[in-house]
Every structure is written in C-alpha cells, then in structure tokens.
Design a protein around this ligand. Structure first.
Ligand code: GLC
Length: 639
C-alpha cells in the first residue's frame, strides 16, 4: 500500500532496507533496467513474503519515441491509431522495467487556461471515453501477463478539469448531474473496459478532496460500478489533505484516505507511519487493509509479476525503432488540424516552391516539439519542421528564427525575418508556445501567442507573400490576433518526435489533413469556459438579438441590447468549433436519412448518409453525428 520514488538508477540504503523489510509495494520513476531487476530480487528473495514490487512511470504520449500530446492525438478521432500508439509506448517502457503507467489522463477539459488540457483527450465525454478506452487497451494489451503489457491507470478521479479559473490543483464544485453526465463518463467506460487502476485527483470536489472522497472512491467506484482494481493517490496528495484543511495531521489524513477508498499512497508516507497503529487501535478495521492489499496483489498476479522475470529480455530492434517512428509520423499527420486554407494556399508544390522562408522560434527545436510529460523521450529521434522541409523541397529554403524563444519579446530579430520573406516566394511560420508553458501547474490567463510572435506575423503579412502558419501548442491558443494575417493555418499541437515530417507531408500534399478539433477554440479568454455541448439556457442569443460594443448607440434604453446570453464585446461562437477541421478535398453529404421521424424511447434509430469525396485528392473524413434531446426532466445540452 506504500509507493515511493525511485533513486534514479541507484539503490540507497533506505530503499534497500525498506524493500527487504517488505515495507514497499511499489516504486515510481525508476526506469534503469538493472536497478529494477536488483530491487525486484531484493523484494522477492529477501523480504518476508517475497511479494514483487510494481514499478510505475508516467508514460503519457510515448516512452522513448514521443508521439503527439494526447490532446493532439484526440484530434485524430482514430481509436485504432491511438491504441497502436499506446501499445508501442508500452513495448518501449516495459523493456526498462515499467509495469504500470499513470495514463491515460481522461479528465474532461473545457478550460484551455489549465495547463493539463494538453494531457487530456478534450472536452467531449464520448470522444474521451472511446479514445481513453483505446489507450487502456493499448497499454494493457490482450494479455496482461505478456512481457510488453503494462497496467494502465486512468486519472485523475474525478473532475480535475473543472479546477476553478483554470488554475491547477484548484477547487472544483461540480453538481452531481454534471459530474455523472460529463466528468465520470470516461472513467466508467475505462472501468468497464478492464482498466487495472485509477488515480485519485488532487482537487477538492465540493468540499471533500477526491483523495478522501468516499462518495467517489467507494459509493460510485466500488458499489455502483463494481470496480475491482486499485486506486492510487496522486503525488503526496494524502498528506495534502491537512493542507486542504480536511484533516489536522498526517495520521488523520491516512485514516481519511484509506477509509474513503485509497488503496496505495504515492510519495508521502502517512500509511507507512500510521496505518499499523490505526489498525492496532481498531480505528481502521483490518478488513479495509485486506481489501486494499487484495486489490493490489490481484493486479500483480494479473500482470504475472510473481512468475515473470523482472523485465523482458527483449530489447528494441532497429526495425522496431523505425516502425515506431513511422507510427509517430502517422499519428502526427492525423492529429494535425487544418484550420484555414484561403485560396487553396496549401498544399505547396515542392517542385514549384522555388524559395521558401521558414520563420519562427519553433521551426527547428527538437525538444520543444515533444511537449509536456516526456520524462524518457529521446530528443535525438526528433526531426524538426525545418529539417523536414529542407529534405522535401529542391528549392532554396532560408531560415530565420526571428525570436529566441516563443516568449521572446525582443523584436530585434524580426527585421531579418521580414527580409528573408521578401526574397522568398512563400513564408512558413512556426509559432506557438514552448512545452514548459503547457502541462501540470503551467496555467495561463493570456492565451494569445506569447512574446513578440503577433508582431512577427503582422510584419511578415505586410511583405505581401503567401503566409502559412504552423502552431505548436499544448492547448487551444486564442488565435484571433493572427488568423486574418495568415493565408493557411495548421494546428500541430506539440506533435512529438516526427512532428516535422508530418507537417512537411501536409504542407506539400503528401498527406491530406483529416484532424478535427477535440476542443473548442475561444476567440478570447473571456469566453472560457466555452464548449460545444452547452445548455440552451432560457434566453439563447440569436443573430437579431445581439448588439455588439462597436454598434451600440450612445445612451440607449437599458433594455434595448438584446437581453440574451452573450457578451457585448465578442460573438458567442468559438473561433474554431469542436469537431472542425478542413481538408484539401471536399466531402459531400447526401441522402441523409433517419429511420423514422418519431422513435419510441429505447427503440434503435438508424441514421445514414452518403459521403462522397467530391474533390481532386484522396482524403479521410471523420463523419460526426450529433443528437439532441429536446425536452428532459433536467435541461439537456444543445448537442
Ligand atoms: C503528478 C501528476 C500525476 C502523475 C504523478 C506521478 O503530480 O498529478 O498525473 O501521474 O504526479 O508523476
């Protein structure tokens, strides 16, 4: 029931002693193969019961071969591909001795100020459920005892994405109706798909932190859903119960967590220090310990840890490594979303484009394109956008970073970039946010392109050449400041090791964009939270009911401005909607037929359509069907 952090390839005396004394059930963040083997030998040969350790690691979007961030993968809307990515990550991680990953993260995220939206699969419970289950299956494989299978851990249970003001670790208040319809759905799907474990969230849910929330961890997870795996706390979250102010000290935190339903404590040591006394004094019944220990042991048995050698002997072959990179490229291609393509600026013809100016601080940075949560990522595998473009075109390619980083406010380098564009036939701008501005605890209130990037775009625009912008980011950025100044706009997220070749494939037409947004893009942060499946409310805005700030007459009557649900200074729609994404071809939808106009509740309904590629190039279309329950005993989403 106790998990502590590894010592990065060493075995300290403290670690050796704890393992030999059987005081640890799991170690996280130890990925040195030999150290894992050595620790496992101590656990199985020297401790009283010889129970093997469970080695855990955050394998979020690839292990050594980094794939696009999960939010990017979600834009593929391709469960098979997402599953293949997780399968590969498990293969790579298991070679280093990882048995368990703290992934997939399936928190519904409706607030791009929150840095962890990068790890999520977006704002929709259905898409997140399907892709989350695909990742669980990818990690766990068909046979958990296989040497390259690793246990999955869906997180963070539950409602973490609703952190107030998009500030990480912050309070969440979620009515049960919303909790069940939105935030719990993906977790229920993962439990039904056989996920081995869940991680409780740091966050305070309606006054009771998830780490001590019996309603979540026992009433729903165990009694309603019948989950039989185990629940691990988040890092130090048990001890933090006293920081929240739910408990007065670590002993009380240990009691509250274990009785609510936490089976394993990560990083803090309240269980190790107080559980024996809590049981001996009858404060915690031994049955609670038996329940937790049984759940953990069952996963260890299901993983075959009692029988398996500590780590699979099979190292990666070179062929496998190139297969992984090819997969990473495919995922990056399918994850990229074409948001704008005026006058068919894209695709460029590699033969004709005789002089390309590649501009921007993120055009040639093998590290930044990997994104957040890449503990074991191998940066040497990265191919950047600039490298890929140079490999693909015969004409001259000039490069001007213009700025030193995505945050650089010094415009001094912009003039050289403008000159390069003046000499070129087309400008390709690589913009966005560095990976450190995304991910855990990296929340922001201003989502415009950071630094002097907006000025860079404006000055490049003035040169008058076609401008293609490629955005690398871990969240929806507010693009209103540049969208009118570019001819084409590709959203590549943080696209992983093969982001460069994927972007080049798309820019030069070797691939046709098929990505669709898994999250709404606001026009400005004032619109947040902004998501497609919102409620109608009693006064929905209509075109005729809205008057905007620049059109409002001076001193009009108080009630003359529409009186509907919108902001005076921005249109209520997103800049780019959930599910949106352009293609180089055109798909037509014909003969859309619903099996019958009125369907009795519970009866199946069939909707069919003829989808035709009416354009000149091959392409992939994600057909989306939205339904609406017009009247319900509680109000229903508009889609
Ligand atoms: C972090 C994260 C969690 C991660 C864990 C172990 O704080 O909240 O998602 O799995 O600690 O790294």
């Amino acid at each position: 029931m106790c998990q502590i952090n590894g010592a990065e390839g060493t075995i300290t005396d403290e670690l050796r002693r704890s393992v030999a004394a059987g005081q640890l059930g799991s170690v996280l963040n130890e990925v040195d193969r030999e150290t894992v083997i050595a620790l496992q030998q101590i656990a199985m040969n020297e401790s009283r019961l010889g129970i093997p350790l469970l080695f855990g690691r955050d394998v979020i979007h690839g292990f050594r071969t980094i794939l696009p961030i999960p939010l990017g993968q979600a834009a593929s809307w391709d469960p098979e591909l997402v599953q293949a990515g997780a399968r590969w990550a498990a293969r790579e991680a298991s070679v280093q001795g990882v048995h368990w990953t703290f992934a997939p993260m399936i928190d519904i995220a409706r607030d791009p100020r929150w840095g962890r939206i990068a790890e999520s699969l977006g704002e929709d419970p259905y898409l997140t459920s399907v892709l989350g289950v695909a990742m669980v299956k990818g990690f766990q494989g068909d046979d958990l005892t296989a040497s390259d299978a690793i246990a999955a851990c869906v997180k963070h249970f539950a409602g973490y994405g609703a952190s107030e003001s998009g500030k990480d670790y912050n309070t969440t208040n979620i009515p049960e109706n919303e909790l069940r319809n939105i935030y719990l759905r993906p977790f229920k799907a993962a439990v039904q798909a056989g996920v081995c474990s869940l991680m409780a969230s740091f966050s305070d849910l309606d006054g009771v932190p998830a780490t001590a929330n019996r309603f979540l961890l026992t009433d729903i997870l165990r009694n309603e859903w019948g989950f039989d795996g185990f629940v691990v706390s988040d890092w130090d979250a048990v001890r933090q119960l006293s920081v929240h102010g739910l408990t007065e000290d670590d002993r009380a935190s240990a009691f509250e967590a274990v009785t609510a339903g936490i089976d394993m404590e990560m990083a803090s040591t309240t269980f190790a220090r107080f559980m024996t006394e809590l049981v001996e004094t009858g404060t915690v019944p031994i049955s609670a310990i038996d329940a937790s220990v049984t759940r953990i042991l069952e996963v260890k048995f299901r993983l075959g840890l009692f029988d398996l050698p500590s780590v699979p002997s099979v190292e990666m072959t070179d062929d496998e490594q190139s297969a992984a990179l090819e997969l990473a490229r495919r995922v990056a291609v399918e994850s990229t979303v074409l948001l704008k393509n005026d006058n068919a600026t894209l695709p460029l013809d590699p033969a004709v484009s005789n002089k390309i100016a590649v501009i921007g601080p993120l055009a040639d940075d093998p590290y930044e394109q990997l994104g957040t949560w890449i503990f074991d990522g191998d940066v040497s595998l990265s191919v950047t956008g600039l490298q890929a473009i140079r490999q693909m075109v015969r004409g001259a390619v000039t490069f001007e970073p213009a700025l030193t980083t995505s945050r650089d406010r010094d415009p001094e380098g912009i003039a050289r970039a403008v000159e390069a564009v003046r000499e070129a036939s087309v400008a390709i701008l690589f913009l966005g946010e560095e990976s450190i501005l995304s991910g855990e605890a990296h929340c922001r209130t201003d989502l415009d392109l950071p630094g002097a990037q907006v000025e860079l775009v404006r000055r490049i625009r003035k040169v008058g050449k076609p401008v293609v912008a490629v955005i690398s980011a871990g969240r929806p950025l507010t693009l209103s400041t540049i969208v009118d100044d570019v001819d084409a706009l590709l959203y590549a997220w943080h696209g992983g090791a093969m982001a460069g070749p994927a972007i080049a494939d798309l820019i030069f037409g070797r691939a046709n964009p098929s990505g669709k947004l898994p999250v709404s893009f606001p026009r400005n942060v004032g619109q947040i939270p902004l998501y497609y499946n919102h409620k109608q409310c009693g006064r929905p805005p209509s075109a005729e009911s809205m008057a905007f700030i620049d059109d409002i007459p001076v001193r009009p009557r108080q009630t003359s401005l529409g009186m509907t649900a919108y902001h005076l200074d921005v249109h209520p729609s997103p800049l780019f909607a959930f599910g949106f994404g352009l293609s180089y071809t055109l798909f037509s939808y014909d003969n859309i037929v619903v099996s019958s106009a009125r369907i009795p509740l519970g009866e199946p309904v069939t909707v069919s359509a003829e989808v035709t590629n009416a354009g000149e190039v091959a392409g992939v279309e994600v057909v989306q069907l939205y339904v609406r329950d017009l009247v319900g005993s509680t109000t229903r989403p508009i889609r």
